[in-house]
Design a protein around this ligand. Structure first.
Ligand code: NG6
Ligand code: CA
Length: 508
């Protein structure tokens, strides 16, 4: 057993200094895709059973004000892995063949763990770009730079999202099961990718009948792969195509292998499920498990995956000293471009057959309302964290500074500039996390005490810009009443603060 003792020095609120000699905990982040606050049983979902996630919550600390940094995937993931707000790097939802969005020379969460002697791995959806800027990525050769260049020792990925090409797995630098006689090309148009000798795929715009799984209502009308329209064009790589209904099984298999191989070392695993992002294709054994169609069933599948990872840790005797974090990259969305039977979006407050994926909060994915970034946020670490519920305002962007504190690593001023050390709140030792916090959608919002100030949003429902707003979340958690006219000075003060944060290189 190659276990090094770690002196954990935790400065705890009012308690002074507590010191405990303990083995470095493993860390597993289980990250959902488009899983909303209200999609988990313990957060109030009555129509989707999630016994495994509920168990994590019952044995751990459940946050009621836990956030991803943005209301869409790429900026949230970027912030969680770098401790820097996505808007500072101009990061937004990435197209299929985008280059790596994380600079290879900055501190990242996996690099931090490596400094502390951990083995680091990522399994799942990436969507942070792969390849070098200005250079066309060769999908038939070494596909890099990617996760291995920003601190992960091992990676097994779905490179972009499941609604974007290429629909193949990437193991380290290589596409899995690629036949060299059917080279893989990814590009912006069918003409760009189609070449003699590589399998062509139907164009969803002109070959609608090719969409046999279900059709796409908008947007996802480029390549049809496995009967599903996708964003972006690809040709070739037929033998390497993933099977949509077994993606979760594959990711669970890979995660179990990573945990098992590294059982005797401290490890950090970032498990990024594609559930419950569109196109939802739950395995047949989960279909019909809810009355909510594929969206609800995909959530049941995700809960199963959580259970599998949990059980693997238990079977190996690692569950006590593993920090399991469960959260999501943005709030819920129902119909997001596919005719999968989910409710079509009609307003900012959506309910799908009686189920509200954002719980009592307003809005969801893409939106600056609380439903956009307030997500399930659970931390289980039996050795240190007492089970309970915390109302502390916490954010995934703070993982770097908080884990640095836990591991006794000093950050330089240049590192993770927007990441706060809120370790005491994350471990349930303090009731307050962030005192001011930025939320990001098509513009920014600032949270401070009961107040939430939204600056002007570039787009809102219907594509129109939205004027600044002020809400008092203590009185009005559902953001129903804009009180900016009543408290113009508070709004002006928060606007100044937000502008200052934006101008600064970081908010730490
Ligand atoms: C949108 C896609 C949506 C989803 C989203 C990214 C269309 C019409 N919609 O542009 O389906 O892919 O991008 O989702 O193309 S995220 O969770 O990765 O941010
Ligand atoms: Ca997402």
């Amino acid at each position: 057993m190659n276990r090094i003792k770690l002196i954990l020095t935790l400065t705890l609120c009012g308690v002074g200094l507590a010191e405990a000699a303990m083995e470095r905990p493993n860390v597993v982040i289980i990250y959902g895709d488009d899983v909303g606050f209200g999609d988990v049983g313990v957060y109030g979902s009555e129509m989707i059973p999630t016994p495994n996630i509920d168990r994590l919550a019952k044995e751990g600390l459940r946050f009621t004000d836990g956030h991803c940094s943005a209301a869409t995937c790429t900026p949230s993931r970027f912030s969680m892995l770098t401790g820097i707000h996505g808007f500072r790097h101009g990061v937004s939802i990435l197209p299929p063949n985008a280059p790596l969005s994380i600079p290879t020379d900055i501190l990242t969460l996996p690099k931090l763990f490596k400094q502390a002697g951990y083995v680091t791995g990522v399994v799942g959806k990436w969507h942070l770009g792969i390849g070098q800027k200005g250079v066309a990525t060769d999908w038939n050769g070494e596909v890099k730079p990617g996760p291995l260049e920003i601190g992960f020792d091992r990676s097994f990925l779905l490179p972009s999202t499941n609604d974007r090409v290429p629909c193949v797995y990437l193991n380290g630098h290589r596409v899995v099961n690629l036949d060299p006689d059917d080279p893989l090309y990814v590009g912006k148009s069918k003409a760009e990718v189609d070449r003699p000798g590589s399998t062509p795929y139907p164009n969803a715009r002109f070959q609608k009948k090719a969409m046999t799984y279900y059709s796409s209502t908008h947007g996802h009308n480029h390549s049809v792969i496995n009967g599903i329209g996708r964003i972006g064009y690809m040709a070739g790589g037929k033998s390497a195509l993933w099977d949509d209904e077994t993606i979760t099984d594959e990711f669970v298999k890979q995660a179990r292998a990573f945990i098992t191989e590294n059982r005797s070392k401290p490890f950090f695993l970032y498990f990024a499920s594609q559930c419950i992002h569109v196109p939802r294709a739950p395995n047949p054994r989960f279909q019909g498990k809810t009355e909510l169609g594929y969206r609800g069933d995909a959530m049941v599948e995700f809960d199963w995956a959580v259970g599998e990872i949990f059980q693997t840790l238990e079977q190996l005797g690692l569950a006590e000293n593993t920090i399991i974090i469960f959260s999501s990259d943005n709030g819920p969305v129902y119909d997001d471009g596919y005719d999968d039977g989910t409710t079509v979006r009609t307003s900012t407050k959506e309910v799908d057959r009686g189920h509200d994926g954002s719980g009592i909060y307003r809005g969801g994915k893409y939106q600056i309302y609380e439903g956009g970034t307030r997500v399930p946020f659970i931390i289980r670490w039996p050795l240190t964290v007492k089970p309970g519920v915390s109302d502390a305002m916490v954010n995934q962007i703070d993982f770097i500074a908080s884990f640095a504190a836990l591991l006794g690593i000093e950050l330089s001023d240049e590192d993770a500039r927007d990441s706060w050390n809120i370790l005491p709140a994350l471990l349930g030792k303090e009731a307050v996390g962030h005192t001011v916090m930025i939320e990001e959608a098509h513009g920014l919002a600032l949270r401070q005490g009961p107040w939430k100030y939204m600056e002007k949003q570039k787009y809102s429902w219907g594509g129109k810009p939205a004027a600044p707003k002020l809400f008092n979340l203590a009185d009005d958690p559902g953001e129903t009443t804009n009180v900016i006219a009543r408290y113009p000075e508070k709004a002006a003060e928060m606007d100044r603060m937000l502008k200052k944060f934006r101008r600064q290189e970081g908010v730490r």
